[in-house]
Every structure is written in C-alpha cells, then in structure tokens.
Design a protein around this ligand. Structure first.
Ligand SMILES: NC(=O)c1ccc[n+]([C@@H]2O[C@H](COP(=O)([O-])OP(=O)(O)OC[C@H]3O[C@@H](n4cnc5c(N)ncnc54)[C@H](O)[C@@H]3O)[C@@H](O)[C@H]2O)c1
Length: 352
C-alpha cells in the first residue's frame, strides 16, 4: 500500500519533491495547500488536489504523511499542527529558525506519537560521499583540517531568503547542509565555533559567511558559503597527516596526493627556489609522493527517495530514522553559536 502525502507550502522545492516522487513506489503526493493562490493553480494543473486551507488538507483521512515545504519561519507551527492532526511529518531544512522551536516540535512528536524527520538530503551528495569514503579509507592518514566550500557570484535570490524574520540568509539556507554533513561524518563533540558573516548585497542577512568549527580531537572544519566569489576554490580540500585530498567541483573530479617517502634529509645550506631562499618551501623529490585520481561514485543514489525511504521505514516501524531531530538539534546549536560568534566577534566555546 502506498503512503499518501499532503504538502503545505507548494513553492520551488515542493515542486522538486513532486517531480522526484512521480515514479516512487512507496508514496505519492495527493494534494497541496499554499497561502499563495497562484501556487494552488499550478498544483491543480499538475493534477494535484488544491486544498482551500491547511485544516482541509490535515483533515483528509487518506493523507498520512505531510511535507512542510513553506518558508522557514512557519515550519514549527505547521509541523506541530500536522502531528496534532495525526500525521507523520517530514520538514524541509532548516528544520526551524531556533533550537527552542525545534524542541517544541520534538515534544509534539513525543506527545502525539508521530514520526518527525527533516530533508537533510545532502548527506547523499556524491561529492560528500566521495570525500568521506576516501578519508575513512585512510588514504590521507588522520585528517586534521576539512575545508568545505559552496561558492557562486550571482548574489542571493530575491524574496524571503533576504529577510531575517522569514529565516533568510546563507547560514540557514546552505550552512545547515554543510554543517550537517560534517557532524554526520565526524562522531565527536563540537567544542569551539568561530564565524564571520558578511552582508554584501542585503543589509539584513548573511549572504556570505566563513565558519570554523573545532571538534573535540582538534580536527577543524572550515565552511564557507559565498555568493560573491568570481574565482572559486575547490569544493573540498582536506589535509591528512600523510596526504591531501581535493575535490574540485560537483562533478567530483579530484585527486589525492600522498606521501610515499618522507623527505627528512634537509640540505645543509639554504636552497634557492622560485620562492626565494628557503628550505621549507623548496620543491620535494617528485618520486616521494603518489597521485591518486578520484571520481564520481556512481554507485551512490543521490535523490530525495533516500530521505523518504528512511522516513517511511520509521513510520512502518521497520527501522529507526537516519535523519533524526536530535541531529538537527546539534546542527541548530552550532548555527546559533555561529550567529553569537559573529555578533560578539569572539570564538564561542561549546559542548555540542
Ligand atoms: N533540501 C533542499 O535542498 C532545499 C532546497 C531549496 C529549498 N529548501 C527549503 O524548502 C523550503 C521552501 O523553499 P523554496 O525555495 O521552495 O521557497 P519558495 O518561496 O519557492 O516556496 C515557499 C512556499 O511556501 C508558501 N508558504 C509560505 N507560508 C506558508 C504557510 N503558512 N502555509 C502554506 N504555504 C506557505 C509560499 O507561498 C511559497 O509558495 C524552505 O524551507 C527552504 O529552505 C530546501
């Protein structure tokens, strides 16, 4: 039996859910509610039921799953109302705008006995999985710095993303994904958060930011989200104790260069190089490293059905959620520490 989904908030991302789920065998989208009547017309043209209110959608007994894909500031009340109406809920990211709001959702999930999960769909992005696999295979030794960047030069899209009280800004938009990826990969507490945010184009919200989070072992992660970079960095750059990994872009083109022979014999005298007289930065013997080309892991399924599978498995009692509210809570707390760090101009000590 297929599960039946109702969507509250039928904008761009909800349309993407609709496209992806057209051929999904475990659930289908029956209908939507949106406060914008134009979006209801679009839904109707696509063969979906357009409900005249969220109450009407929530009282449809056929619907057992609700996707919340409205703007961020209304995720909390909508999610709680849907669970109170007996529905299991999947919510778009960022799950909420504050950790207090998320706590209220978690309390409601417990109270009404309903499953609540979040669309942290970038855990299966191939660039991320490739980086994670290669680091975990030990190819560069113990990692001590991971740099994750997402960069564009077109500024931020207009609309709610530029408005603070609607949950705008790049930290809540992209930061939430990039932090989630690293906290999912690294099973350690975050003990220090430092963040600098920039308002290049819009006065209210961070349209660019640079975040450094330090894990308990000392491993540091640098996350940058930019909308104003005309020359970009690699998507991933990871330093391990015996090698370096780089993944250039979303195509996953990349390489590992690792040490095969530690050059510990130093010249007696200064060495004259392009960098000037230096021993430290002199070129190394090229036979003392090896280069491994890495490429897109085509075996990885990277679409929203993975997120729905874990949701539906939990609804059917077959398995625990893999995208848990408790994990989203940790990410939310790191983002709150990042806002505090930026506001006060300090590094914030944490135990997250
Ligand atoms: N997981 C991802 O990769 C990803 C990508 C893009 C957007 N998102 C998330 O999806 C959500 C929607 O983003 P979008 O880009 O589709 O924005 P959008 O502006 O295209 O759509 C939002 C829709 O919500 C509707 N809405 C607002 N308040 C409502 C309410 N109270 N009840 C019903 N409808 C309401 C708006 O009318 C609009 O149609 C956001 O939370 C965003 O962060 C996630």
């Amino acid at each position: 039996m297929k599960h039946v989904i109702g969507i509250i908030g039928y904008g761009g991302m909800a349309g993407h859910h609709h496209d992806i789920l057209k051929n999904y065998d475990r659930a289908y989208i029956k209908g939507v509610f949106d406060v914008n009547p134009e979006r209801l017309k679009v839904a109707e043209k696509q063969g979906l039921t357009a409900y005249s209110s969220k109450e009407e959608l929530l009282s449809d007994p056929e619907i057992d799953l609700v996707l919340i894909a409205a703007t961020n500031e209304v995720h909390m009340p909508l999610a709680i109302e849907a669970m109170a109406a007996g529905k299991n809920v999947i919510c778009e990211k960022p799950v909420t705008v504050t950790s207090e709001e998320l706590q209220k959702i978690m309390d409601a999930s417990e109270k009404y006995g309903k499953v609540f999960t979040i669309d942290q769909n970038r855990r299966t992005n191939r660039d991320f999985v490739l980086m994670k696999r290669k680091v975990e295979e030990g190819l560069i030794g113990e990692p001590y710095v991971i740099e994750s960047r997402v960069e564009g030069s077109r500024g931020m899209p207009t609309g709610w993303r530029t408005i603070k009280e609607l949950g705008g800004g790049m930290m809540l938009d992209w930061g939430v994904h990039l932090i989630d990826q690293l906290m999912y990969m690294i099973d350690e507490k975050v003990t220090n958060v430092f963040c600098k945010m920039y308002k290049i184009q819009y006065p209210e919200v961070d349209d660019n930011f640079r975040l450094t989070m330090t894990f308990e072992s000392g491993l540091t992660a640098h996350i940058e989200v930019s909308t104003n970079n005309y020359i970009t960095h690699p998507r991933w750059y990871v330093l391990g104790k015996t090698g370096t990994l780089q993944i250039d872009d979303w195509n996953c083109d990349g390489r590992i260069v690792r040490c095969t022979d530690k050059e510990d014999v130093w010249a007696e005298e200064i060495v004259y190089t392009k960098a000037g007289p230096t021993k430290t930065m002199a070129p190394r013997n090229e036979n003392s490293t090896e280069t491994i080309t890495i490429s897109e892991p085509l075996d990885v399924i990277d679409d929203l059905t993975v997120v729905y599978d874990q949701f539906i498995d939990a609804v059917e009692g077959k398995a625990e959620l893999t995208i848990k509210p408790e994990q989203a809570m940790r990410v939310m707390k790191v983002m709150e520490a990042a806002f505090e760090s930026d506001e006060k101009g300090i590094a914030v000590q944490t135990q997250i």
